[in-house]
Design a protein around this ligand. Structure first.
Ligand code: TXA
Ligand code: MG
Length: 351
């Protein structure tokens, strides 16, 4: 940290003169080697100047993140990517770049100016150009590449509102830019362009189907749907860590409406358990119930899932969290399923 305390900067959606002044203040902290949490359309990030080793090491310290888990860099415009990365000559980058700005991270061959600390010594680096207008304005004012993982304590669900960031990182970072809830709710899609064909490393708002349309052929990393065994080399190193976990044990529940509702009813008045389920199930059950959105609306599940997982941590004595899933792996559902599998350590109850 470079300041004595965490500055809390409330930003309105309008981006008026006062907001710009606050963003300039935050950007100045980044340029002076400090750490700033900022909203994006996916989740909030914890940023520092990617070219400043000390600032980057402060990110790892604030989050309690293992140093072998690389960070991605954030830029305000696609035209800046060639300054920090060697654009692939197989044409993949040119095919996907029109999608930017987007909830998307591309893995490219890095140039030497990106410190090894950022990429955990990998020769590649993840690059993201967020769509969120506050994020873009902030990055433009920073005028340096901003290394930023999600702004949560390592292992906890990613933050989808400013309060989550304050809960985890107040006192550990120089400033927190507070805006509303994030729009997508799960982290960006990560696609590696240094493999042939490109490889989906983490599903997100840009879907596998969209990538397939663009590239014709896309590999899917094993880590998306399967547990990494000790000794497996993860193509997205972060995937090997326990993730998105509240304190209680999480079990995913898969089955037809009637069977699932019957199961949830056996948990009626159960004080040490919580249920995260679809809006349609809510009228039939009671207890510690969280509504994750309508059964056919994965965008609602993506928006609410991390927030509900975090909320279960606030219920004292909670031992079990049951989360209803549909098993759908298409579109945005793949991203939600991937995060839930990790939160539940692959524990699925099929009814
Ligand atoms: O939506 C997002 O991507 C958010 C916002 C703040 O932009 N950021 C985010 O960062 O989710 P993080 O660090 O929580 O997740 C990035 C993932 C990690 O699992 C990391 O291991 C992986 O990207 N990663 C970073 N660099 C990589 C590389 N060169 N090759 C493969 N995976 C990489
Ligand atoms: Mg993260």
């Amino acid at each position: 940290m470079i300041l004595e305390r965490t500055e809390i900067l409330e930003i309105s959606d309008l981006l008026n003169q006062k907001d710009i002044e606050k963003l300039s203040f935050a950007a100045d902290i980044i340029r002076r080697g400090g750490t700033v949490c900022f909203p994006t359309e996916t989740v909030y990030g914890l940023g520092a100047n990617a070219l400043d080793q000390k600032a980057v090491s402060d990110i790892f310290t604030a989050k309690g993140r293992p140093q072998d888990n690389p960070l991605i860099i954030h830029l305000s415009d696609v035209s800046q990517i060639a300054k920090y990365c060697n654009i692939d000559d197989n044409g993949y980058f040119n095919k996907i770049s029109p999608l930017f700005p987007a909830p998307l991270t591309v893995i490219l061959d890095k140039k030497d100016m990106i410190p090894d600390l950022v990429t955990a010594k990998l020769k590649s680096v993840g690059v993201r150009i967020p769509k969120d207008k506050i994020a873009r304005k902030f990055l433009e004012l920073c005028d340096v590449p901003v290394a930023a993982p999600s702004a949560n304590i390592s292992g906890k669900p990613s933050p989808t509102c400013a309060q989550h960031v304050i809960d985890d990182l107040c006192g550990k970072v120089d400033a927190i830019i507070c805006a509303g809830n994030t729009n997508v709710g799960v982290e960006s899609t990560i696609v590696s362009l240094v493999t042939t064909p490109p490889t989906l490393l983490r599903p997100g708002g840009i879907t596998y189907e969209t990538l397939l349309d663009i590239f014709g052929d896309v590999a899917v990393s094993d880590a998306v749907l399967h547990e990494m065994k000790p000794g497996d080399t993860a193509s997205a190193p972060g995937m090997k860590y326990k993730h998105y976990s509240p304190r209680a044990n999480v079990t995913l529940v898969l089955g037809e409406n009637q069977k699932v509702i019957e199961f949830f009813k056996t948990k009626l008045n159960c004080e040490n358990c919580a249920i995260l389920t679809f809006s349609e199930d809510i009228p039939y059950i009671s207890g510690n119930i969280f509504d994750i959105g309508s059964i056919n609306k994965p965008e609602q599940h993506a928006k609410s899932i991390f927030s509900h997982l975090r909320a279960t941590d606030k219920i004292s004595g909670l031992e079990n969290v049951y989360v209803r899933i549909t098993g759908d792996k298409s579109g945005l559902s793949l991203a939600v399923y991937n995060r839930l599998l990790k939160a539940a350590a692959y524990n699925i109850l099929t009814l």
